[in-house]
Design a protein around this ligand. Structure first.
Ligand SMILES: C[S@@+](CC[C@H](N)C(=O)[O-])C[C@H]1O[C@@H](n2cnc3c(N)ncnc32)[C@H](O)[C@@H]1O
Length: 355
């Protein structure tokens, strides 16, 4: 068993009631914290280490005294600011909201991608359909074909979220992947081509083939116009969920990064079986996923676990983030064998190497 969330149910009744109110008011706290950040109040407090009065803040921010007071009082209740001698100061939590990259990326993703659609979570859970997706895109059943055409701010925050968690692991992951000098890599779900480009940048002759949906392949092509990429990256448009189609074969390494978590158990196992069929004796499958029970810190486990409801309401209605045992079970059921596992790559990733 993992070590996280062992302090659950250790609070007094009074403390527990307070915790319950924090949950009941979470959407309000969230939006106020975001407005504090986006409307410049946190920045003003951050720059003025000796604190600011309400009047001083009102003269610096283009909001009414009323609006600033509403923001400040909720922020006070949420430990985002503190008050001493009628002056307001930013707290450590406030500083994380303003300056910490992970917090910024998570907050933007939750505001732009998830906030409206999570209203439809009940229906999504009942129907196993991304019922919230219609709030940001009316044309698709899952978020993936919609990614390239989502409104700019939504698209930007989705990609920043996705890239923050995987890019962070790429420098270490690249070393692991290139360790035995593979000649060919198949990057399934290659997205904007970030990993494939990094492979080219860090090797002399490894060739990469990106497989993704047509909309993503178009984006990846746009991102790989430089000659060195053109020579060594190729593309295949393929809906990987079409199980009647074989996975391209003959690759030394098949790379699945934050890809399997897009699918449900049945499709993951079918997909892994097809990957197995495409592999020779010497091919290896590298799966990179953030596994919540393999994290160093509970904060990471918290972020990963709470990405799952996005999959339910917004992405597809049926997938989630894995814990280690689940992923291990899918790999075994597909007839693959775990050869090696490396955890704590970047801020939250694990790589499971299978043969
Ligand atoms: C969460 S992103 C991961 C991207 C990248 N591998 C990374 O680590 O950042 C999942 C990728 O899988 C692709 N994808 C989702 N469903 C797919 C399908 N049915 N067939 C092919 N690609 C798919 C998406 O378009 C997206 O590029």
């Amino acid at each position: 068993m993992n070590k996280f969330f062992k302090n659950n149910d250790t609070k007094s009744a009074l403390e527990a009631q307070y915790e319950a109110q924090k949950i009941a008011f979470a959407p309000i706290i969230f939006q106020v914290a975001r407005s504090m950040r986006d409307l410049g109040v946190l920045e003003a407090l951050y720059k003025n280490k000796t604190g600011l009065t309400l009047e001083e803040l009102t003269s610096k921010i283009e909001l009414s005294k009323y609006s600033i007071q509403v923001l400040l009082e909720t922020s006070l209740s949420a430990d985002i600011i503190k008050i001493e001698d009628e002056k307001y100061f930013i707290t450590k939590t406030g500083q994380f909201l303003l300056k910490d990259e992970m917090t910024k990326v998570n907050m933007n993703y939750n505001h732009y991608v998830n906030y409206l659609g999570l209203y439809d979570l009940d229906e999504a859970l009942k129907n196993n359909k991304a019922e919230g997706l219609k709030r940001i895109d009316e044309n698709n059943e899952t978020i993936y074909p919609a990614l390239s055409t989502l409104p700019q701010k939504i698209k930007k925050s989705w990609f920043e979220f996705d890239h923050f968690y995987s890019d962070n692991g790429f420098p270490h992951a690249i070393k692991i992947v290139l360790q035995n000098s593979p000649k060919t890599i198949l990057d399934i779900g290659g997205n904007t081509g970030k990993f494939s480009k990094a492979v080219i940048d860090n090797s002399t002759d490894t060739k990469v083939t990106i497989v993704d949906l047509p909309q993503q392949v178009a984006l990846a092509k746009e991102n790989t116009l430089a000659e060195k990429y053109q020579e060594r990256i190729s593309f295949i448009e393929q809906n990987i969920l079409d199980h009647s189609k074989a996975i391209p074969s003959g690759f030394d390494i098949i790379w699945l990064s934050q890809f399997l978590d897009c699918f449900d158990e049945e499709n993951i196992i079918k997909l892994l079986k097809r990957v197995k069929e495409s592999m020779g004796e010497d091919s290896r499958l590298y799966i990179m996923e953030p596994l919540w029970d393999k994290q160093r810190f509970e904060t990471s486990a918290y972020c990963i676990i709470n990405t799952s409801p996005y999959f339910t309401a917004m992405a597809n209605g049926y997938s989630k983030m894995f814990n280690y045992e689940d992923l291990q079970e899918y790999i075994n059921k597909a007839g693959l064998q775990i050869e090696k596992e490396i955890h704590n790559i970047g801020i939250c990733q694990s790589i499971i190497i299978c043969k």
